[in-house]
Design a protein around this ligand. Structure first.
Ligand code: SF4
Length: 393
């Protein structure tokens, strides 16, 4: 980074930190005033646009405001600093500009985030596991994952989502977190390998946000993941809360657990346990023992979220997928559901599964730079993109 960029980065960081420290105790009106002030600072329209978006969140009592306040009150200071620097500054501010510059130079947008499955191995054996039918033999070497994260940053992507299999079976993941201190990593995990020592490592690193999968409360979770699993996850949530780690819970909505995971009791339980974010994915009948009968009914889906804030405490969005393509086609959404989570992402997997326009195989990743893969897949005139657009609504 040259001196000018360093100075600019420093002032943005400083301003963001001060603004966030005010957030904890400031009234809504003062926060809105603060955004008007903040809007005058950046020269680039992209930054101002982001600030206006934040103001809308404040004005509409969006639950994001509650999340921000909880981050300020409950999260460990080192971890909080990393979340602010890596996510708000690097990903949302600096990254947005860099992604725009990339688009201007290359003619197509890079994705906002990268998803990567470093392994498809798992120590559990859940029914209906999407990854259960993929090969577990070939994994991405550390050097390749490391290179991919580096290439992401060059394009302005500082949000990397790690999924699996069970990612923590890869011990070298911590080397990755250590090496890329400026990136935020969200890790989907079944939680079984998290112990108190690992929680201490999360605190020391600061750039890891675990997202632990459960299926609802004890009955639903143990039915899919094995007896005792729910209690184990509750213990982990207690450790994470005590340590001040920002963590999420991830649920897969089926016909069987819709009532539980849509209930206030479930949300109250998660809030009390320190969970800050909930990701809900609709069950898609792919993978091991795929079962169409498990899919949530159309009545259950809008009943669960409507994609709207509920009682000012929750904002639920649907990751709606066609089930066949894994895409999130806006036009095909049931009425009332929004698409705020259908951001463009890339899934990089050791298995070759073609479900997103930017999905690619292990073989491709070993030899080709990301920009080359993007130009082959994401450019509007690429054959892949054209075929995808013509088959997905
Ligand atoms: S659903 Fe998740 S935890 Fe269960 S077997 Fe599949 S990867 Fe493992």
């Amino acid at each position: 980074m040259d001196l000018y960029r360093k100075a600019k980065f420093y002032s943005i960081s400083k301003f963001t930190m001060v603004a966030l420290s005010l957030l904890a105790g400031a009234s809504k009106e003062n926060l809105i005033r603060l955004t008007h002030l903040a809007e005058k600072i950046p020269k680039k329209e992209a930054y101002r646009e982001k600030i206006r978006w934040i103001r809308t969140l404040f004005q509409t009592d969006h639950p994001a405001l509650t999340i921000a306040r909880r981050v300020l009150k409950e999260i460990h200071p080192l971890h909080r600093k990393k979340i602010v620097t890596n996510f708000i500054i690097n990903q949302l501010l600096v990254g947005t500009n860099r992604r725009k510059a990339f688009e201007e130079e290359r003619g197509f947008k890079p994705p906002n985030a990268m998803l990567i499955s470093p392994t498809m191995r798992c120590n559990l054996n859940c029914f209906g596991c999407y990854s259960g039918s993929y090969s577990t033999e070939e994994e991405l070497p550390f050097e390749v994952i490391d290179r991919l994260v580096g290439e992401c940053k060059e394009m302005g992507i500082y949000l990397v989502i790690i999924t699996g299999g069970e990612p923590f079976l890869r011990k070298d993941l911590f080397d990755l977190f250590e090496k890329h201190q400026d990136t935020i990593f969200q890790v989907y995990t079944n939680g079984t390998l998290i112990d108190e020592k690992m929680v201490e490592r999360f605190v020391a690193l600061g750039n890891v946000v675990p997202a632990i999968s459960i299926e609802g409360l004890r009955e639903e979770t143990d039915a899919r993941r094995g007896k005792g699993h729910f209690d184990r996850v509750v213990q982990i949530m207690d450790w994470l809360k005590k340590a001040g780690i920002f963590f999420a819970i991830s649920t897969t909505q089926t016909i069987r657990n819709s009532e539980t995971i849509g209930s206030d009791a479930f949300i109250d339980f998660l809030v009390e346990k320190g969970c800050i974010f909930l990701w809900n994915f609709h069950y898609i009948p792919i993978g091991r023992d795929a079962d169409l009968n498990l899919m949530a009914t159309p009545e259950q889906r809008p009943g669960y979220g409507n994609g709207l804030p509920i009682s000012g405490r929750r904002s639920l969005s649907s990751w709606w997928t066609s089930g066949m393509t894994g895409a999130s086609p806006k036009d095909a959404l049931p009425e009332g559901e929004n698409t705020s989570m259908s951001m463009p992402v890339a899934i990089w997997s050791p298995a070759s599964f073609a479900i997103l326009p930017m999905t690619t195989s292990r073989r491709n990743l070993l030899w080709r730079p990301l920009t080359l893969l993007f130009s082959g897949r994401c450019a509007p005139d690429s054959p892949f993109r054209k075929t995808f657009s013509s088959t997905v609504p």
